[in-house]
Design a protein around this ligand. Sequence first.
Ligand code: TGC
Ligand code: FAD
Length: 388
Amino acid sequence: MNNLVEDFFGTDLELSGDETQVREMVRHFVEDKVAPYAGEWWQQGVFPRELIGELGALGVFGPTLPEQYGGSGVTGIAYGLMMQELERGDSGLRSFASVQSGLAMYAIYRYGSESQKRQYLPKMARGEVIGCFGLTEPDAGSDPGSMRTTAKRAGAGYRIRGTKRWITNGNLAHIAIIWAKDDTGVIRGFIVPTDTPGFTAREIHTKASMRMSVTSELYLDEVEVGEDALLVGSKGLGAPLGCLTQARFGIAFGTVGAALDCVQQAQAYAKTRIAFGRPIAATQMVQERIVDMMSEVVSMQLKALQLGRLYDRGALRYPQVSMAKRDNARGALRVARMAREVLGGNGISTDYSPIRHLANLETVDTYEGTYEVHTLIIGRDILGENAF
Ligand code: TGC
Ligand code: FAD
């Protein structure tokens, strides 16, 4: 691997030995078990379920959580670097981990009771129990506060009714974190086992992006759950949004991995592809493209690193996460497009990774808050005016 491409600005010097070690461990796993097969899995639209246990053993699920809940208490930067290496393989792989860790496990850790944490988190850390996170609905995406799903009091528990759409891991999950409005209209979170009567998941097969990831529509038809399904600490829209902050943090790092893979592919290709009697790397315009890609990657790396430092100091504000998610998703898209151009005709084939990253990053740019939504979150923070 070319270290100049990997670390042009020397950000490795800022990492601890543990952080570097964690990154290398996940990188080697992805190089061996994911990268050689990712194009084929993506074409076929299959997620490699057989890797879930190994991913659990690597410690990528809930790594920042305390050991008693199956985590390894690593730093936020280490968590981010894990996401970077997973997304170097494929955004769908990072998505799987983001949803398991930042959305489903975090929701239970942050808002659940002690017995819910003990029941679910260690098994989820090992990948024995898979979770999904149902916030978005067919008619409520950017504006989740307008959701229609309800959880009405029924005896000693609740009866949940509604539809959730675009739910990552929906058809893989054993439990779904479902966000619904209670009798007073307040948004609450529920842990719903996916084998509960009335719960159905239908996989969405028409995606031209994130093809390696399982995405589903969830139907909850009078699903009855007990009081013990309620995430007691979740009250209001701030609860699911708090989970999104964790996953958006992972995306800020993950996109760096996808971009790095694109630069490396473009660099290797440019040095061996001959046109007009010399490698295309020796032409001024290809050099300009590679330099533009590298410059974009460095900006992304620096933003992610500083985000990680703020996280580890407990000083992170969510508009900062919005800026890093927004800018790094767009930055990675620009890099993937340039890489695909350097590869010429081969650039549109999934024999090479850039077109797959490019297609995946269209989703990354949209989910966890679109570019426009994050622009308005940052604008509101800076200007003190709500423009939604
Ligand atoms: P708003 O008034 O802004 O917020 C309501 C309450 O929530 C607080 N809050 C947050 N808290 C923590 N983290 C955040 N990121 C937060 N954002 C807001 C806020 O302070 C307020 O608290 P309080 O105490 O004053 O009530 O509510 P709004 O209705 O105006 O919301 C607007 C908006 C746009 C910020 C929000 O709804 C939003 O972020 N929309 C985008 C929705 C989204 O990102 N959905 C993602 C679904 S999950 C997904 O895509 C998974 S993809 C799989 C993968 O990650 O790989
Ligand atoms: P809309 O909200 O309908 O937005 C459409 C367009 O209008 C966008 O360009 C948007 O930016 C723009 N827009 C909306 N409001 C404004 C405004 N006020 N000002 C300016 N522009 C505006 N959700 C989950 O809950 N869990 C998951 O696991 C999950 N996984 C996903 C996986 C995939 C593959 C995809 C594609 C989506 C996933 N999502 C998930 C849903 C995702 O978070 C939403 O798609 C996203 O938040 C956007 O919502 P929407 O699709 O309804 O778009």
